[in-house]
Design a protein around this ligand. Sequence first.
Ligand code: SF4
Length: 415
Amino acid sequence: MTSTAIPTFTPGPRLLPVMPADQQAELDPYMAQIVGYRKSGLSLNHIIGCPLECGYCVRHFWGNFEVKVPHLLMPTEEAIDRLVGHEAFRPGVTPIQLFNKATDPFLPGVKPHLFQVLQALDASGFTNHVLLITRFKVTEADMAALERLQHLRVTLLFTYSGITDPRVEPISKSEITVTSIRTAAAHKRRTGVVLYWRPIVPGWNDAPDTMARVLDVGRDADAIVFTGYYHKPENADYLRGLGVPVPFGEDYHRRKTMPADLDAAVVAAWRTSGISTPLFRKTSCGVAYAHEVPDYNGHWGVRELCDICPAAQQQRCADDHTPPTPASMDRILGQLGYQTQYVIEDGHVWTHGLGEQRRYAIQHGLRYQIWELDQPHHLHAHGRSLNGHRADAAQVEVFTAVRQQFEQEARYEDD
Ligand code: SF4
């Protein structure tokens, strides 16, 4: 692609092709994973590929950005079985995300599969949260179908950044997303509607008038959630190749970038906007608020996140915040079949060696932050177990440093 080419998009076919087995065998393992546990929930992704051409797309990282046509990796019935058969799935508890990794659930070819999954889960009487992230066309008929669900607690998260450069977001000129947000907000009753304000990037969409416009679009949503963007070489190279100025230089990070001054500017813009829609830093907080329940990730344990949250919601989270006891930790570990040493502290529990996916399963089960103390050398230097340890000065220092690191990461970790 030359530096003057402006990407355009088509919505893709109505009938999706199945990806041949030999191509599936070549996929990056992350792209090939059909059910995976993420911070916002257990995530089903048996369709991958997207035509929308967002320049910063995370699919750059796993070699999937060039796949513009959504492909099925397996039949939808089988995928549903795999989701509810996952070791960590719990009816009524486990938040679920559908097609949030490598496609858009409302593309014409993906939508029938989306509703097939929703209707099957709802028919089973599951009351779980279901998160649907989209920037595509959501019609009145789609809203009517969502509203007919009786059990699932569905939230639509509309990715809308206010970016107007078509090299970064070809869809932005179409007004498709803004129209969808207005349609959803006008027809929601039991469906949550969140304006997902991301990515916010200095120079792209942080000007005061741009922020004011995004906030105005969110006027009738239940909540607005804001986050930064993944600054990695793969998407930065692509965007720079199109001639787009990309900030942050070569300072690449594993997590999303949201500098403190940008966070402050967003909060200030929201305060001066005059809208009454609450603003959140965390996806699960916005989703929980939309359904009037406490945050399922237990962010109340990282209180600095909560300063902008409505008082009634803070009260819900405070009332719900129950530190696990050793008995309740042992019980949930036993139920999930996981093993770890742990230390229960105020606002979080340290665990060791579980890996992200298992930690999130426990976190959602307890609605309490579950952290990883990846310091086996220090922990075991004195032959103590994690549980009930008596810390010496050196170990206290280590804990303090790792705790600070985790507080930081809890702010920026991926949703
Ligand atoms: S009180 Fe804190 S944890 Fe609860 S929803 Fe609000 S911001 Fe999130």
